[in-house]
Design a protein around this ligand. Sequence first.
Ligand code: PRX
Length: 635
Amino acid sequence: MSNYHIKHLEEYYKVYRKSVREPKVFWEEIAEEHFVWRKRWDKVLSWDFKKPEIKWYEGAKLNITENCIDRHLRTNGNKTAILFEPNNPDEEAQHITYNRLYERVNQFANVLKSQGIKKGDRVCIYLPMIPELAISLLACARIGAIHSVVFAGFSATALSSRINDSDCKMVITSDGSYRGKKTIDLKGIVDEGLEECANVETVLVVNRINSEINMKEGRDKWLQPLLDDASKECEPEIMDAEDPLFILYTSGSTGQPKGMVHTTAGYMVYTAYTFKNVFNYRANDVYWCTADIGWITGHSYIVYGPLANGATTVMFEGVPSYPDYGRFWEVVEKHKITQFYTAPTAIRALAKEKLDYVDKYDLSSLKVLGSVGEPINEEAWHWYNDNVGHKKSPIVDTWWQTETGGIMISPLPYVTPTIPTYATLPFIGIQPALMDENGEEIHGNQVDGRLCIKFPWPSMARTIWGNHQRYKETYFSAYEKKYFTGDGALRDATGYYRITGRVDDVIIVSGHNLGTAPIEDAVNEHPAVAESAIVGFPHDIKGNALYGYVILKETGESRDQTNLRKEINQIITEHIGPIAKLDKIQFTVGLPKTRSGKIMRRILRKIASKDTSNLGDTSTLLNPEVVQEIMDNAL
Ligand code: PRX
């Protein structure tokens, strides 16, 4: 384990320099020492950001599940791999050992095979946070099927468009899910979505809530009886390093969500190595990431990264407010959690509640706290540091993206001195660049610009499923030979990075990445709506909330605006999901447009944020008079 755990700041700089000077040597050593391969690679890296084409560990053969499960059996078979904490605190937690995980994954993999799934087929997974979710990912990976997890809060329309985009043959779902006091009819959503999906042959259904559901003859099958009949041994499919492991959709600033494709070897190496270092993972730790596996955070840092390290990873089915606002801390005490990784929006929501909810639990097991998904504001950072970490657990503010596969900029706990709101230093091997408006790199410190990465790293997404051109245009065209993140950042005097937020039309709401275009498309579906524009504005808990400016086809006092607002949000819920609902909807007669017809979102953002002191020059607009009208009626 020579250069696997970084121990102090000088070592970080030393290893970092090596990783930049000799990236191929560096990543070769990591891959050699810490993973099992069926065949060694011929070439560590080949890359061309122009095409773009990136290959890591070309020629290598492996199966990621052998690295995440099989190799731990000899020494750690009886160790808990997945610790499942149910929604209801009275339901017993489940400890799934590595031995048991091996059996369950193999049985599931055999079921997939028996249902005709082969290497390269796409399988859509639409499940709540229950063990079958993690197991189904691993079962796909075992046989070389490509999983495409869709977050179980997405609507039927969002689900069907993702299923069709990647042409999935199978959907894995459950009868329903528990969420706090509520139950959700997942199978009903799947049935509705599948009306639009001609190519789905099979739906496997997990029984989670014992509800009455419709089972379509010939298509829908209960999972459990199939598992009961399946063998506990399943030879892993031997994959090429660059074979796709999964597709995961993320919002773009325009158009449909992008199916980011992650491949096998590089993703495995990078998520495992970052997991170990960013969370200072040690053999007896109990690690908990509260994200949903429907997002990249769950893929990389609930499933693959922790399991590749032989860790115990907690899966939590519930919500932070059920049965009360102390739930997170109750679980920390109960399972003696050592690393706790969550989102700023959750911290802000809990910080609003009485301190008693935190104080009554013993949190002394914690040694690292993590934050992810959006900038963490100073107040939330201090609340987390004081009341959860008791000023002794370092906070790792981890910046990364669905596209990057793994953590890119982050402190290393007990190594990097932290400053609130700073993601601090690039991870080993990561070469950030800040770019100016003319496309030039800004060198030196105390500067800000658009954040790019100028050298490949092993876990970067390789393409957008079915649309390589869009991949090229979105990430590699803004700046020559650089990956453009879509974020702005500043670099302070010591070289620390602070992420300042998106510079495109993606809005991060409660840590969820939302593109404005698909929401506007949904709003425009309402028969009374002529046009709409959506922007973000600051929100105490969500970080950002959505503000919609809507032009109606027919104006007039007679329309019931309250009802219209409800209907518009209902359409958004149906098309995307409740996370994309608008907090404010302002009806207006016009939208500020440039002479070429482009909506001036900058002005709309300022009005929504109540920051109208400096709107800039509006005289060049096609319709400058509309700005005053919008300001007068702002909500
Ligand atoms: O704007 C950045 C923000 O979340 C975006 C990526 O979202 P997504 O692909 O959904 O992945 C989220 C989980 C990795 C980024 O472009 N973001 C993520 N982490 C941070 C952040 N912004 C500031 N600080 C962070 N730590």
